[in-house]
Structures are given as C-alpha cells and as structure tokens.
Design a binder for this molecule. Structure first.
Ligand code: LR7
Ligand code: MN
Length: 574
C-alpha cells in the first residue's frame, strides 16, 4: 500500500543515501526527496492524513520523485506525526510490531528525518555574548543501548553532531549492550564507517545499563564525559552551557532540562525553562521531580541560571572524567537498571561536588510506559541495586527504605569496597545531605505511626496504589500481608496518613490518594488509640470498612462499630 511505501522509502532514505554524503552534515539544509507514491497522502502541518494532494503532486520532479520543503516533512520542528486510526493490513502490522519491540511508535519515528529540526525556546539570558567561557573542554559522548530502534538511535547521534560545535565533540562512543537486533550489527558499523569520531564498543555479554556505561568510560578519553540514553534529541545550544559549568568548577555535575519526546507521535515537547524542576527521591528510593524550592529561587536573579538539584534522573548528564573517577564511577554491582542515578547524586553532594540542572540546555528523551527489554529471571534487580545503595550511602536512614520492602533485603552481594571508597573520600553523612541539600524531604522517623493500618475485626488493611501520573486513585482494602508496599502508611504529626508525597484525602466522595498539601483540611485524620477510631477532621466522620469488606466508607463515628476500629502499626505518640 501507499503507507507501506512511504514509510519504507523514508526509512531507506535515512539509512542508505546517507553513505553518499559526509555523515555529519545536516540533511535539513538540502531539499529532501521522497521517492515514493504520495498520491494518497497529504502532509499537512506534519500530521499525515490519507488525502490526494494536488499541490504536492505538482512538485513531482521529472524522475517521479517529490521535492518537498523541509517544513512539510513529518516531525520537523518537533511537530507530532499522527497516524490514521483506521490502519489495516501490512501497515497496521508494522506499527504494532514497532510498539512491541520498542515500547514507542517506531513506525512514526521511521517517517521522520534523522536530522529533523527542533524548536529552540531558550531564554535570552542563555544567548548573551560572553555567557560561556570561550575555552571549553571537549567531551566524549557515551550512548549505551540494548536493542534500540535504528531511526531513533541515529537521530540521537545526529542530533549531537548537528547541534554541537564540532571542536567540542571529542568522540561519540556507542556502547552496544549485547543487542540482538540485526540493524545494530554490520549495518551500524557501515553507517558510521566514514565518521572517525564515532566508536562502537560491544559488550561480550549483557551487562546492563550501568556496567555498559562503565565499559564506555573505559574507552572514553575526552576531558568531560556526557552520557545520553539512546533515544534522545539534543537541541540548539545544549552543550556549551553544560561544559561551561564544568570548565568553571570540575566538581560540578550537570544535567540538561529533559524535554519529553512523545512515545506515540514523537512530538518534541519543549519544557518551559522558567518552570524547571529539580530531582528528589522518596523512601522507596524512587526518583521524582519537584518544583524549585523557594530557598533555591532566592539564590538567583534569572530563572535560566543553573539550579542546585538534590538528585538527577540519571540518563542525561555531563561530568568531569577525573571527578567521576575520583568518586569511584558507579558501583559495578548494579545490574540492568536503577539506583545508579541516586548513587551518583548522593555522592556528588556528600563528597564535595555540586549537582545542577542547567535550564539553558535542553535535551529530549522518549519516555516509555514499560521497558521493552528482558530483565533477569528470579532476581529483583531494582531492589538489589537499591539495597546496595542504601547500605553504602544512607547510614541509619537505610531503615526507612528497608521498612518499605518488608525488611527483606535479599542477597545484595558484597558492598565492602564501596564502603571503603566512601571512607577514603571522607564524604559527609547522609544526615548532612538531608539537612543541607534536601530539607524538604519528609522523614518517616518523624511519624507517629508507621506500617499497616489494619481493621481490627477483619484483618483487612488499608491498601492504596500511588499512580505515577498523579491520577487520584481511591484507597482500597486488601488482606493484610506485612510486606510494606501498598499497605505501608505513615501517620504524621500533623494528622496526615501518607506515603511519600501522597496523602489520604476525603472531600465527601471517595477516600482517595491526593498530593500532600500540608494544610490539614481534607487530609487531616485524628487517630484515637483507645477507641481505635480514625476520625476525619473536616467532615467529622470516621473511616470504616463496608459490610462486604470490599471498600472504605465514611460513617458517623461509633466506637461500638467493629467496622470502624483500626490498629495503626508502631503507634507512638510520646
Ligand atoms: O540492560 C540494559 N542495557 C542498556 O544499555 C538496559 C538498558 N540499556 C540502555 C537503554 O537502551 C537506554 O539507552 O540504557 C538506557 C536507559 O534505559 P531506559 O531508557 O530503558 O530507561 P529509562 O529511560 O527509564 O531510564 C532512566 O532511569 C535509569 C535508571 O537506571 C537510567 O538512569 C536512565 O539513564 C534514565 N533515563 C533518564 O534519566 C532520562 C529521563 C528519564 C527520567 C526521569
Ligand atoms: Mn530512556
């Protein structure tokens, strides 16, 4: 069908015709040639709809190819590619396959030039002359991948070349973490054969992202290391502000603002620089985002200035190579994914460095809803990594994490060399880090009760899932399991029943989880440990389990009702 031909030929254009041009030269300055059947397609505002377009048709060259101005091409300027909803046959199969293999819309990506243009919405502050030092260090860019889509990986690499001053790119190291997709083998080597700055390093077995990064580190010789995920796009001026910070102080670790590349339409969504977020974490040792705190805002005149961040997301950052080495790089006991971002964040701060987010630097990342690749069988990798992290860096605060995993640390291997590293570096305590770098974090130790909230008569517990996209899930009930997780609650001094940033909230309808606001109101609960009632402040009702034992209901308080009596674990008001 026409759909098949269009995508196939665009895809071909991005991987075959490249060989006949110098590789790092941006394609977007050239006319882009479709050699395909566009009869039934109209490209309008980069949204592709099946339509017979006379104008485009007239632009047909003598040899049958169509000359289209770049701005009419799919995805240019970061615009979305929207596929028709009524796809059938081969095309539907290709689209579905792309989703299955990558957990994003590979088909849409394949329609977009690997040199597509992107918006540049930097603050004027970023573009002032003399903003950055003229003598900046060169960087090695290290990109690890385990089975990445061809067009997405290429676009990542080209976006670095196309939008960085070439003298600042020492090399680009592609670390193949034992992929099995065919296009990542000879085809990838051939594609970059004429580009001496691209080096391909292959892992001899599946290393996992963290050890793959360490492999890249072994081969890198630039003064600065810049790590990127394999599905990123760098925008204009992204590199200089990062290198500038490191040039001024080699213990500064810097992250760009991470813009969203939509997993479905590949739209580039530019995050407003004046509303930058900083990184935090919760006691499940999960990374999260926060607005810049007031104390940090006061340090700045302009919102485009670099901001201190307690943690980094992990995938996109630059660091001085020697400083990275001094910090002991990453714990090579970390497997597949996770934990390494907090490790590097904590030790940067605790061992004499500074971690910043640089609003002048924007890099896009395809955020996915699931990971498309295989994890290890029979091991909870993320838990293992997090326990290693907690053992080495969290001091007594590690217990708050262990409480969340039912105190089941599992086999986390040997961390003695990491403890020695911390000792030799004479790093500050985690207490210091919390007091000075992340004072906003709620400390479970300050809570009045922690653990399960169990209905006395039924042994059924308050059970709630915090949804990552901030949908306000109702709080449910489930037989008590003593494994923490969704049944772990903290009862705070100011009457909140909370887990991380989510608070149990009642506004007259259902009892839900809602972001904690700290001003009591619908989030104020009063526990009476003698009568075992949980009374809601603003409604004056009590929390109860319904007769069918399937959900939470709010009733007039009655200490004779078995349904209203609750035990809060480890309750201690002293
Ligand atoms: O076994 C593996 N080997 C790999 O080489 C598994 C993954 N990888 C590669 C993979 O191809 C990708 O390039 O590692 C990279 C990261 O994996 P993703 O993209 O599947 O994960 P993610 O985007 O959710 O990862 C975020 O958290 C990770 C925690 O370990 C890493 O720190 C990632 O780098 C990080 N990504 C970002 O910070 C981008 C912004 C996301 C946010 C918030
Ligand atoms: Mn990623």
């Amino acid at each position: 069908t026409a759909w098949f031909t269009l995508a196939f030929l665009l895809f071909r254009d991005s991987n075959v015709s490249q060989h006949h041009r110098p590789i790092a030269e941006p394609l977007r300055h050239n006319p882009v040639v479709y050699k395909g059947d566009l009869d039934n397609n109209k490209i309008e505002d980069n949204i592709v709809v099946p339509f017979k377009d006379e104008e485009l048709f007239k632009k047909r060259d003598d040899d049958g190819s169509v000359l289209a101005p770049p701005q009419e091409l799919p995805g240019e300027m970061g615009k979305p590619v929207v596929l028709p909803t009524n796809l059938t046959g081969d095309v539907k199969k290709m689209v579905d396959d792309g989703w299955l293999k990558n957990a994003f819309n590979q088909y849409a990506s394949d329609m977009i030039s690997v040199h597509r243009s992107l918006p540049d919405a930097r603050d004027e502050w970023c573009k002032q002359p003399d903003r950055y030092l003229t003598d900046l260090p060169k960087t090695s860019v290290i990109i690890c991948f385990h089975n990445e889509a061809w067009s997405v990986l290429l676009r990542t690499v080209h976006s670095v070349f196309d939008r960085s001053p070439s003298h600042l790119i020492h090399e680009i190291i592609l670390v193949d973490d034992f992929s099995d997709m065919d296009h990542l083998k000879k085809q990838l080597v051939d594609y970059w054969a004429k580009e001496p700055k691209v080096k391909i390093v292959r892992a001899p077995k599946r290393l996992g992202l963290i050890r793959a990064r360490l492999l890249g580190y072994e081969y890198a010789s630039g003064a600065v290391l810049t790590y990127l995920d394999s599905h990123c796009e760098c925008t204009k001026g992204w590199l200089e502000p990062l290198l500038d910070r490191i040039a001024r102080n080699s213990t500064t670790v810097v992250c760009p603002v991470i813009d969203v590349i939509d997993d479905t339409s590949l739209a580039y969504i530019y995050h407003d620089s004046s509303a930058v977020n900083v990184g935090g974490f919760d006691w499940n040792l999960q990374f999260n985002w926060h607005a810049v705190p007031q104390r940090e805002k006061q340090r700045h005149k302009n919102t485009a200035e670099p901001v201190w961040s307690p943690t980094m997301a992990g995938g996109l950052f630059s660091i001085d190579r020697e400083f990275f080495k001094k910090l002991g790089t990453y714990d090579d006991g970390f497997d597949i994914w996770g934990g390494e971002n907090l490790e590097l964040s904590f030790k940067t701060w605790m061992c004499g460095g500074t971690l910043e987010i640089v609003p002048c630097s924007h890099v896009g990342h395809i955020f996915r809803k699931r990971s498309p690749y295989k994890w290890r069988k029979g091991v909870n990798v993320l838990r293992r990594n997090s326990v290693r992290l907690a053992e080495v860096w969290l001091d007594d605060y590690a217990q708050h994490y262990y409480q969340r995993i039912g105190n089941d640390k599992g086999d986390y291997g040997d961390v003695s060399s990491r403890k020695t590293l911390r000792k030799n570096l004479e790093c500050k305590s985690f207490q210091w880090y919390l007091d000075n770098i992340y004072p906003e974090l709620f400390i479970p130790g300050d809570a009045v009760a922690s653990g399960e909230i169990a209905n006395v008569e039924t042994g059924i517990c308050l059970d709630g899932v915090i949804s990552p996209d901030n949908v306000n899930n109702p709080v449910g009930v489930w037989p008590c399991h003593q494994q923490g997780g969704n049944q772990f609650w903290l009862y705070s001094k100011n009457g909140e029943i909370r887990r991380d940033e989510a608070c149990v909230d009642y506004s007259g309808q259902e009892v839900i989880l809602y972001p904690c606001h700290g001003s009591k109101g619908n989030q104020y609960w009063e526990y009476d440990p003698k009568r075992k009632l949980i009374r809601h402040g603003s409604s004056d009702k009590c929390m109860a389990i319904n007769a069918a034992k399937t959900k939470i209901v709010m009733e007039h308080c009655d200490s004779d009702s078995a349904y209203q009596r609750w035990n809060m674990e480890k309750y201690d008001r002293s």
